[in-house]
Design a protein around this ligand. Sequence first.
Ligand SMILES: [Zn+2]
Ligand SMILES: [Zn+2]
Ligand SMILES: [Zn+2]
Ligand SMILES: [Zn+2]
Ligand SMILES: [Zn+2]
Ligand SMILES: [Zn+2]
Ligand SMILES: [Zn+2]
Length: 267
Amino acid sequence: MVDCEVCTRTFVDCHAARQHMDAIGHWGCDTCTAEYWSKAASIQHMNAKCHWAPRFECEACNADFATQQEARRHMDQLNHWRTHWCSDCKKGFQNENNLRMHLNSNIHRGSNISCPFCRRAFATATGVTHHLETASCPNARNLNREAILAEIRRRDPNHLITTKLLTYPISSDSIEATEHCWNGDFYECYLCHREFRSLGALNQHVNSPVHKQRVYHCPSRGCSKEFVALAGLFNHLESESCGAVKFDVVQRNVGGFLSGNRLIAFG
Ligand SMILES: [Zn+2]
Ligand SMILES: [Zn+2]
Ligand SMILES: [Zn+2]
Ligand SMILES: [Zn+2]
Ligand SMILES: [Zn+2]
Ligand SMILES: [Zn+2]
Ligand SMILES: [Zn+2]
């Protein structure tokens, strides 16, 4: 025979006693078998005996979970890991080891790419390409996004990374030109060097279809991502999000893409 832990009734087995307690609405302890008439009493018991079931808290938000797996899934999904945090990538990791692996990965291995014209060092192919596409290189003032595109097109007859269409899909991302574009006399487009009398006119120009055509695409057949700039394509590839080309292969090839004369290929 089993007694109800709260009232005086007796039952044939544990199962029946349990059923009774559930039906009556006795408040149970998370950890032991004690039951109470009121929620307040059960809370008092759990406080006194430290009998609260363990809760697994999210490192970022107020959510907590009954199991570690649930908490882990939540933090994975929402990037809510905070204890092991990479501030460069704005990404959290489950433990020290995963963070260390990330920091030792290609993404953080350091500045091993240099500009083929001014030798300035960059950590990524995206960085050096952006440097040239925005006409920021002191030794290659005539290079900009349009000039690079014309050159890449010439060496990409099979359209590995350039789009074939004569009318290109237009990107909806807006570009913003700033006061930095003032060259002393005019507001100068950093993409094609055309000059404008006002910042408003320049902004209209950079956001016109001239500069918003998606002229590059990911070389993977399965991936349909298209890009306005070569730096955007490299950024996509270096993130290895679609797995088309490995990070170090991008890094090895960027020099040849930006200068030199060989056909566009990831070798
Ligand atoms: Zn009872
Ligand atoms: Zn208890
Ligand atoms: Zn959270
Ligand atoms: Zn990182
Ligand atoms: Zn340079
Ligand atoms: Zn322009
Ligand atoms: Zn892709």
